[in-house]
Design a protein around this ligand. Structure first.
Ligand code: GLN
Length: 483
C-alpha cells in the first residue's frame, strides 16, 4: 500500500477495503521508522492527524466520495495550518502556531484529505539543497550522502521514501521541480496565479507558486483539481472557470510538437543527465511526437535577474519578522531598535541574511534604476523568449537540473555554484509559466534524473497528458529507493 498512488488509495477507501484511520496509521508508522534518518518532517502531531482521519471516515460512512476524501498527504512547512506549528524552516518561527489555514490547506481540508505533518524545507524557501533549514538537512532516500534538492526537499524525500503518498510544495525558482528531479518523483509548478498564495509564507511574491508533488502525473492532476481556483484573499489569484486537470490524461500524443531549447543542452549539462533526457525524448518520438529545436537566448540572464528580483522582494516580505507580534524575540535587548537588530541577527540564518542584504542594496536609492529596474526589463525579455518558442511547439522539454543530486557540503560554501543548479527552472518563474518534472532515468551514480516539461500559460492539463503518456510507456516513476 505504501507504493500506491493517490488514485489507488482513494479506490481502496471508497471500496471500504481499509479506513482512513488505518491507512493513515500505516503512513505514520513508516514516518516514525524513517524520519530519524531522513529528517523529512519537522513537525508531527499524531493526535491532530488522527482526528482528521476520523472525520474523513465519518464522511465516507455518510456516503461522500470525493477523490481525495480520507487520503493522507503532507504539507511543506511554508503553509499556515490552523493549530499546527508552522516554521518555514526558520528559527524565527520556531514557536509559531498558525491561527488559520492557508488557502491550499483549507482546500485539502474541504476535500477531506488528512494532514500527516509538516515537511522540512530550506529556510524561508531559500536554497537548492535543504542545507539552509534551521531544523537540519533532509537526506535523499536514494543515497543518504546526497542532498534531496530544495527548497521543497522534505516534500520530495517524504514522497520518494513512501512516508507520504503525495505532498505540497512551492516553487519560486525551481523548488518543486528540482527536488522532484533529485528524488525521482513528479512535481508541477502551475501558471502563476492559478493557486492562491493566501497563508503561504511569502518569499518573492511575484514568483512564488504552490503546486503538487506525487509519484504520478495523474496524482498531480487530482491534487491540482483541489488546489487551484480563485481566492479573493490573494490579489494575484486568477478568476477563471474551474477545470478538470485530469481530463486529457488519456489523449494520444500523435502530432505533439516538442521544442528542445538549444541552450538547455549546452555546456554545463552532465553527460549522464543528457543521456537520460534524450532517451525520454526518443520515447516521445515513438509515441508520435515531433521535435523541433527552439532557442531561449536569454537563458543565461535568468540567474542574475532572479538574484536581483527575488532578494528585493524577500527583503520587503521578511521585514515583518521583527519580534514584535509573533515568532522569535531576542531574550535580551536595550531599546526598540536593539530588539529588532538582535531578534533578526539571531532569528535568521546566513542565506536569508545574505538575501535581505542584497535585496536592500538593489532597492536602495541610487542603485534602484541600475539593478532593480534593469532586472525588470530583462525579465520581460526572458518571458518574450518563451512567447516566440511557443509559436513553434506545444511544450518545451529539457533537463530539470544540470546534474543528479550532489553531496552534502559540495556547494554549501559557494552560493553561486548553488544558484546555478536552478539554471533550467528559474526562467519559467520569471515568465509566470507552468513547469513540471517527471522521473526519466538514473545517472552514473544511481541517482534519479528529472525530465522538465514547460507548457504555455494555463496548459497544465496538456502537460499532465504529456507526462502521463510517458508514464504509461515507461516505469521510471514507479521506481522506489530501497531504504
Ligand atoms: N533555489 C532557488 C533559491 O534559492 C529557488 C528557491 C525556490 O524556488 N523557493 O532561491
Amino acid at each position: 500500500m505504501l507504493n500506491a498512488s493517490l488514485a489507488e488509495l482513494s479506490a481502496l477507501l471508497r471500496a471500504k477495503k481499509i479506513s482512513s484511520v488505518e491507512m493513515t496509521q500505516e503512513f505514520l508508522a513508516r514516518i516514525n521508522q524513517l524520519n530519524p534518518s531522513l529528517n523529512a518532517f519537522v513537525t508531527l502531531d499524531q493526535e491532530l492527524t488522527l482526528t482528521e482521519a476520523r472525520a474523513a471516515d465519518a464522511r465516507l460512512a455518510a456516503g461522500e466520495a470525493g477523490p481525495l476524501l480520507g487520503v493522507p498527504l503532507a504539507h511543506k512547512d511554508i503553509f499556515c495550518a490552523d493549530g499546527w506549528r508552522t516554521t518555514c524552516g526558520s528559527k524565527m518561527l520556531e514557536n509559531f502556531i498558525a491561527p488559520y489555514d492557508a488557502h491550499v490547506i483549507s482546500q485539502f481540508k474541504q476535500a477531506g484529505s488528512v494532514n500527516l505533518g509538516k515537511l522540512n524545507m530550506d529556510e524561508f524557501a531559500m536554497g537548492s539543497s535543504n542545507e539552509t533549514s534551521y531544523y537540519g538537512k533532509v537526506r535523499n532516500p536514494w543515497d543518504v550522502n546526497a542532498v534531496p534538492g530544495g527548497s521543497s526537499g522534505g516534500s520530495a524525500a517524504a514522497v520518494a521514501a513512501r512516508m507520504a503518498p503525495a505532498a505540497t510544495g512551492t516553487d519560486t525558482g525551481g523548488s518543486i521541480r528540482q527536488p522532484a528531479a533529485l528524488c525521482g518523483i513528479s512535481g508541477l509548478k502551475p501558471t502563476y496565479g492559478v493557486v492562491s498564495r493566501y497563508g503561504m509564507i511569502a518569499f518573492a511574491s511575484s514568483l512564488d507558486q504552490a503546486g503538487p508533488m506525487a509519484k504520478t502525473a495523474e496524482d498531480l492532476g487530482l491534487m491540482l483539481n483541489v488546489m487551484a481556483g480563485f481566492d479573493e484573499r490573494d490579489s494575484t489569484s486568477l478568476e477563471r472557470p474551474a477545470e478538470d486537470y485530469c481530463r486529457d490524461l488519456a489523449k494520444p500524443l500523435a502530432g505533439l510538437k516538442i521544442g528542445l531549447p538549444k541552450e538547455y543542452f549546452a555546456e554545463g549539462l552532465s553527460a549522464d543527465v543528457a543521456k537520460a533526457v534524450e532517451a525520454a525524448i526518443a520515447e516521445y518520438r515513438k509515441l508520435g511526437a515531433e521535435t523541433v529545436e527552439v532557442s531561449l537566448p536569454n537563458t543565461r540572464l535568468s540567474i542574475p535577474v532572479y538574484y536581483v528580483l527575488a532578494p528585493a522582494e524577500a527583503s520587503s516580505n521578511l521585514s515583518r519578522f521583527d519580534g514584535v507580534r509573533y515568532g522569535y524575540r531576542a531574550p535580551e535587548y536595550g531599546d526598540l531598535n536593539d530588539m529588532y537588530e538582535k531578534t533578526r541577527a539571531q532569528g535568521f540564518g546566513d542565506e536569508v541574511k545574505r538575501r535581505i542584504m542584497i535585496g536592500t542594496y538593489v532597492l536602495s536609492h541610487g542603485y534602484y534604476d541600475a539593478y532593480y529596474i534593469q532586472a525588470q526589463k530583462l525579465r520581460r525579455l526572458i518571458a518574450q523568449d518563451f512567447v516566440e518558442a511557443f509559436n513553434q511547439c506545444d511544450v518545451i522539454m529539457g533537463p530539470t537540473s544540470p546534474s543528479t543530486a550532489f553531496n552534502f557540503g559540495e556547494k554549501g560554501d559557494d552560493p553561486v555554484a548553488m544558484y546555478l543548479s536552478d539554471i533550467y527552472t528559474i526562467a519559467t518563474n520569471l515568465a509566470g509559466l507552468p513547469g513540471m518534472s517527471i522521473p526519466c532515468g538514473f545517472g552514473d551514480n544511481g541517482r534519479p534524473v528529472g525530465l522538465q516539461i514547460i507548457g504555455n500559460y494555463f496548459a497544465e492539463a496538456r502537460m499532465l497528458n504529456v507526462a502521463h503518456q510517458l508514464q504509461q510507456a515507461t516505469d521510471w516513476h514507479l521506481r522506489a529507493p530501497t531504504i
